[in-house]
Write a protein that binds this ligand. Structure first.
Ligand SMILES: *Cc1c(COP(=O)(O)O)cnc(C)c1O
Length: 356
């Protein structure tokens, strides 16, 4: 606390990211990074780009990268927005699109950055409880006839549950709220869910946000993007150009474009992660864990007889880090990121020992 802080700073409750421990040799299954490195083509493109051009500002519009994304997703350039990680894209969407008189709606159990942005930008919000089996119920997001609800935001698949809605279910929510913006955060969509991007052509109230941090192994490069109608994207551009003209640096733009273009490597790594997830799910169920059906690169699990915080502590003693959240509804769950097959074996053996 300092008397020099502005009043809003004193009232913030900042997001606490998963730990990035400095120790070597840890099995790090706590922040949903990809166990594979980035595509070799990304690394080559980044090395090539390390030259004198770094003295120059990057293209403020990141046009080449946006063109690559537009081509890949079958949309036009003015339907694509890029930013320094999808967290930044989300932050800009909060200011540009989600701050209205009617409160923003998102699930009670979801990405814990959302209420933090509400605090920072003064966005009013209401949480909508997940069902008892931790699903998003489409009906809960359909306003009663003749009424308009506020904007809607959730990840699909949801985090930290991993449960996904189908594209048809997303469409019911988007079509049922024509007077409100619906933002779908698709950070994990490539691990087994259906993207809502094809709906953008038909719904001008839909914004889809994706990131290169998870399925393209580039959490360290910081690149996220949004796809939506040109009017929604223009709203994001207006905020971006009032805040930071160059959020995407030269190297990030080049590496990200190479990642989007290497579809073969993307397909190979994401299917390997999904296979490992399914094997880990089976092994955990054998140990009596309840494992929510996951379409993401993590599983959300609880044991009927063991306290989750105690399990996390016992794993930590064995050099394995998983994520535990203190929210009362999920305090008995652990979120375990999908590592390499070898890392998941190490986890399974450690759990067998701990449970024995
Ligand atoms: C990881 C994550 C993000 C943030 O990704 P970055 O692009 O690395 O900022 C956004 N939303 C959800 C739900 C995530 O899990």
């Amino acid at each position: 606390m300092s008397r020099y802080w502005s009043p809003v700073v004193a009232g913030l409750s900042p997001y606490v990211p998963g730990e990035q421990p400095k120790m070597a040799n840890l099995v790090k299954l706590n922040t949903n990074e990809n166990p594979f490195g980035p595509s070799p083509k990304v690394l080559a493109a980044l090395r090539d780009a390390c030259d004198d051009a770094l003295r120059l500002y990057p293209d403020p519009g990141s046009d080449r990268l946006r063109q690559t994304i537009a081509r890949h997703f079958g949309v036009s350039l003015p339907q694509v927005f890029v930013g320094n990680g999808s967290d930044e894209v989300l932050a800009i969407a909060f200011q540009a699109l989600l701050n209205h008189d009617a409160p923003l709606r998102f699930p009670d159990i979801t990405y814990s950055f959302y209420p933090v942005y509400c605090g920072l930008y003064g966005v009013r919000y209401e949480t909508v409880p997940l069902t008892s089996d931790f699903r998003i119920d489409v009906e809960d997001y359909l306003p009663a006839a003749g009424t308009a609800g506020g904007p809607i935001l959730f990840p699909n698949p949801n985090a930290p549950t991993g449960r996904a809605l189908s594209r048809a279910e997303i469409e019911r929510i988007v079509a049922g709220n024509p007077d409100a913006v619906v933002v779908i955060d698709e950070a994990y969509v490539d691990f087994g869910a259906e993207s809502a991007v094809p709906l953008v052509a038909r719904y001008d109230n839909l914004l889809v946000i994706q990131t290169l941090s998870k399925s393209r192994s580039l959490a360290g490069l910081r690149l996220g993007f949004a796809i939506g109608s040109t009017a929604l994207i223009e709203g994001l551009e207006r905020v971006k150009n009032s805040f930071n003209s160059y959020p995407v640096d030269r190297l990030a733009a080049i590496g990200a474009a190479a990642a989007i273009e290497d579809t073969a490597y993307f397909e190979f790594t994401r299917s390997a992660v999904m296979q490992t997830r399914d094997a880990l799910t089976a092994a955990l169920r054998e140990m009596r864990f309840e494992v929510l059906p996951s379409a993401a690169n993590f599983v959300f699990v609880r044991h009927p007889a063991r306290d989750a915080a105690a399990l996390a502590a016992a794993l930590r003693e064995r050099g394995i880090i998983v994520r535990h959240f203190s929210h009362p509804r999920i305090a008995q769950f652990l979120r375990i990121s999908i590592g390499t097959a070898a890392e998941c074996d190490t986890l399974v053996h450690a759990l067998r020992t701990i449970l024995a």
